[in-house]
Ligand binder design. Structure first.
Ligand SMILES: *Cc1c(COP(=O)(O)O)cnc(C)c1O
Length: 380
């Protein structure tokens, strides 16, 4: 955080430190080398802003960018991103022509998708670059193992006809435990062997997201798909901190105290009066609520950093605001408050909020709402 005077700071804001993005990519790229890094910037870069994060990730050494939705990849291309892009979750009626025309690689999870992509490529001047996805045990999308030989055979035919180029074969892990990972990797190996048997030679084999990329060298293959690690949040729900992983949170969610009230014992506060003062105390009103992605579930549990100390939320988190109890400490309207950020600054982390709301850090950062302006540090 900078030392800018608080009166110059917005009412509510998510500060995104692009230097943290660059450094997180650098740290992870060094750890996974020679595998390359595909930075996952889906869902508006987990709420951080797709375009600035995409640029910073490429600066930091990412070779590829990935989104779930094709529209997000097309938007990055339209904004001038020239790096390789992969999109993998498709509308059943998706028109793949724009993907081929804009040189966006497509994840393929069914024969039907492959046919549609081949047809779109037939109308274009170049083959569509595809990454065939095998379901190795997550049971979401991806080709089921029993359908894999037929899909691979179709891909080989389309490749011979110049309609597609099979650049990749990939899968996604359940990140359950080492045994499940090993079973999925074995299934992945069988799928790769089947693809090779049909004459396919994908140069990009990829299965690891952040969790396995950092913990399981065998899962790294040619490329790792790094999402949450880009943003400096731990992928493990086990108390491992980002600092232990050598990464740091890119997002700081902050605001300014909107009102201060001294209350007497017995005074109820916020909806339902689920909290009442048990002593004379001071409440500070923080202008962020569940409309901004602050989870109501964290009512009475999460803490914020205000005037150098962590203060607990009291009463229910509302749509636009919540209260914290500051006791007898001084607090003024306009004081800076940090909901979460880099714990090295004394702030709670997104993972602390996740614990308080019984969810994961991914959801905390990704759901920060549109009403919260994003401000960028480290723009080059
Ligand atoms: C979201 C996603 C990732 C990134 O996962 P993280 O755990 O955030 O690193 C990787 N691969 C696929 C297919 C995804 O959908």
């Amino acid at each position: 955080m900078t030392d800018a005077p608080t009166h110059a700071r917005p009412f509510r804001e998510a500060v995104i430190d692009l230097d943290a993005v660059r450094e997180n990519i650098r740290v992870i790229a060094a750890q996974v080398a020679p595998a390359r890094v595909l930075a996952v910037v889906k869902a508006d870069a987990y709420g951080h802003g797709a375009l600035p994060v995409a640029r910073a990730a490429l600066d930091g050494g990412a070779s590829w960018l990935g989104t779930a939705d094709l529209d997000e990849a097309l938007a990055l291309r339209a904004a001038g991103i020239e790096a390789p892009l992969l999109a993998w979750l498709h509308d059943p009626d998706a028109a793949f022509g724009p993907a081929v025309a804009n040189d966006i690689d497509l994840g393929v999870s069914s024969a039907a998708q492959l046919e549609a992509i081949g047809a779109a490529a037939g109308a274009a001047v170049r083959p569509a670059a595809v990454h065939l996805k095998i379901d190795t045990g997550l049971s979401r999308n991806g080709v089921a193992p029993e359908d894999w030989p037929a899909v691979v055979a179709l891909a080989a035919t389309l490749e011979e006809r110049g309609r597609v180029r099979v650049r990749g074969v990939f899968s996604h892990l359940a990140n359950t435990d080492a045994d499940t990972d090993a079973a999925q990797l074995a299934e992945f190996e069988r799928a790769l062997a089947t693809a090779a048997g049909h004459g396919l030679a994908p140069e990009m084999r990829h299965i690891a997201s952040t969790a396995a990329a950092l913990s399981t060298p065998d899962a790294r293959y040619d490329v790792v798909r790094i999402g949450i690690g880009v943003y400096g949040v731990s992928p493990y729900g086990d108390g491992t901190t980002s600092a232990q992983l050598g990464i740091r949170p890119a997002m700081t969610l902050r605001g300014r105290v909107a009102a201060v009230r001294r209350v007497e014992p017995g005074t109820g506060a916020s909806y339902g009066h689920v909290w009442r003062a048990d002593r004379p105390t001071t409440l500070a009103l923080i202008p962020l609520g569940y409309a901004d992605g602050v989870p109501r579930q964290a009512s009475g549990r999460a803490e914020v950093l205000l005037n150098g100390a962590k203060r607990r939320i009291v009463g229910r988190i509302a749509m636009d605001q919540f209260l914290v109890d500051v006791g007898d400490d001084p607090v003024e309207v306009g004081d800076e408050v940090v909901l979460f950020g880099d714990p090295a600054t004394g702030a709670p982390s997104a993972d602390d909020w996740a614990d308080a709301a019984d969810t994961i850090g991914y959801e905390i950062v990704t759901r920060i709402g549109r009403r919260v302006p994003r401000t960028y540090l480290g723009v080059e």
